[in-house]
Write a protein that binds this ligand. Structure first.
Ligand SMILES: Cc1ncc(COP(=O)(O)O)c(C=O)c1O
Length: 435
């Protein structure tokens, strides 16, 4: 239900009282400023610590103390199958079948491992389409995958410099139109090996139509992969239904599992028993029944598990379990509904600031209204960096992205309407006084 937003504290507090998810805020630890919770709008970068995380990690520390190596089999949550404890909740979060997902490694590592299997260029079909201004790590991963595959057995298959096709929004626009992405896929169809796009772009906050892009990639005979760093835990995902070939995400942003936390990977069911796919193997991808008999031949487990290499980083997975329990309790649909309201309120407040500061300064929201998660990317006409720093010194954590964007992400799991209102008051001061 759409709210009739008002720019005053009593409206914000009333909206919080009516919020069925409001209780989740208490389950998180907020950094403090002058004895109060900071206005934390940076869950797109590093999510807050769930209060239960310490207990989840302590359980593993205690079991290690109590059992030593026996903890692999006898810990309260045995370490040998530890990633299994995250399977169902990860599948629910990403709209996947349970065997399509696994928690392992870190994000860029997973992207590389999946591209080893799914980026299979030939002399004719080698191009990769990706969005403008992807996160740097994705660009490096794509470029080095192209360079790695460009030569085999001493013969040059293709020129890696020609493999990367970066999309560009229309002149005067910040974000991509789906029809333009599809047109580019069709234009390059005969040479296209893969489309690899961030489900939500880190800079603009644009949510891509992953279903339409996947369909177009498949029609062109190419693979569709997504980096879901800014999508997992932020927007509803239906990876199985959309037919996405592979995806990877990190867990330290919206999934609140802590700095450098263990990441996730998705491999569509249609590839789950394809043993012909090349992959970089390790013992954790092999059948757990025979793992300790050390068979010579590697036979990958069915599904995403077959891409595992090393044994589970239990402490990091324990932290992720603490957070995934909260996602299961809150429910992705309820979080999605609140997210729309909360970010809608932020958009409304920015409109109010623009009216109040007319002729002084202007804030442009470059994130598309219909295609977004909770993040809004703001371009401030004058003194953006100074205004960002002013917010910082007044108890707001948001982030500045070179060259000119302030990213603000009111996270439905722990942010409130009051946070948005108070942020608006500070931003108005900044815009008026620092312009
Ligand atoms: C879209 C995107 N891709 C890749 C990365 C790099 O992640 P990692 O250092 O976990 O590999 C990030 C990090 O913030 C990101 O936002």
């Amino acid at each position: 239900m759409d709210m009739n937003f008002e720019n005053n504290i009593s409206f914000a507090q009333q909206a919080d009282r009516s919020d069925v998810l409001a209780g989740f805020r208490k389950q998180f630890l907020f950094p403090q400023h002058e004895g109060k919770d900071m206005i934390y709008f940076c869950g797109n970068s590093l999510g807050l610590q769930p209060a239960a995380t310490r207990e989840f990690i302590n359980q593993e520390l205690d079991d290690w103390h109590r059992l030593g190596v026996e903890g692999h089999m006898h810990a309260k949550h045995p370490w040998f199958p530890y990633h299994e404890f995250l399977r169902e909740s990860t599948a629910r979060l990403t709209g996947a079948l349970p065997h399509e997902v696994v928690v392992m490694n870190s994000l860029t590592v997973n992207l590389h491992l999946l591209m080893v299997s799914f980026y299979r260029p030939t002399a004719k079909r080698y191009k990769i389409i990706f969005e403008r201004n992807p996160f740097s790590s994705d660009r490096y991963a794509l470029a080095t995958q192209a360079a790695f595959h460009a030569q085999t057995g001493g013969s040059v298959l293709f020129d890696p410099a020609k493999a990367l096709v970066e999309l560009h929004p229309r002149k005067g626009e910040h974000t991509h139109r789906t029809e333009d992405i599809i047109a580019a896929i069709e234009e390059h169809a005969n040479e296209l090996a893969m489309v690899m796009i961030g489900g939500v772009n880190y800079y603009t906050g644009q949510l891509f139509d992953m279903e339409a892009i996947t369909k177009a990639a498949h029609k062109a005979g190419a693979i569709a992969g997504f980096d879901l760093a800014h999508a997992a835990g932020n927007v509803p995902l239906r990876l199985h239904e959309w037919g996405v070939d592979f995806a990877a995400w990190c867990s330290y942003k919206y999934l609140n599992a802590g700095p450098g936390a263990v990441a996730g990977a998705f491999v569509h069911d249609r590839h789950s028993e394809n043993h012909e796919l090349p992959r970089f193997a390790g013992w954790w991808g092999n059948d757990p029944e025979t793992r300790f008999t050390m068979p010579e031949k590697f036979i990958p487990r069915k599904g995403a598990d077959g891409w595992q290499i090393s044994n589970a980083p239990v402490f990091s997975m324990a932290a992720l379990r603490a957070s995934m329990e909260l996602f299961d309790k809150a429910g992705v649909d309820q979080l999605g509904a609140k997210s729309k309201q909360l970010t809608g309120y932020l958009e409304f407040i920015i409109g109010e600031i623009n009216s109040a500061a007319e002729g002084i300064n202007h804030i442009e929201i470059i994130t598309p209204r219909q295609e977004r998660g909770c993040q809004l990317s703001l371009v401030i006409g004058k003194n953006g960096k100074k205004i960002h720093d002013y917010l910082g010194s007044n108890g707001v954590i948001s982030d500045w992205r070179h060259p000119d964007v302030i990213r603000v992400a009111p996270v439905p799991m722990y942010n409130s309407f009051e946070d948005v209102y108070r942020f608006g008051q500070l931003l108005l001061n900044g815009v008026k006084n620092l312009s």
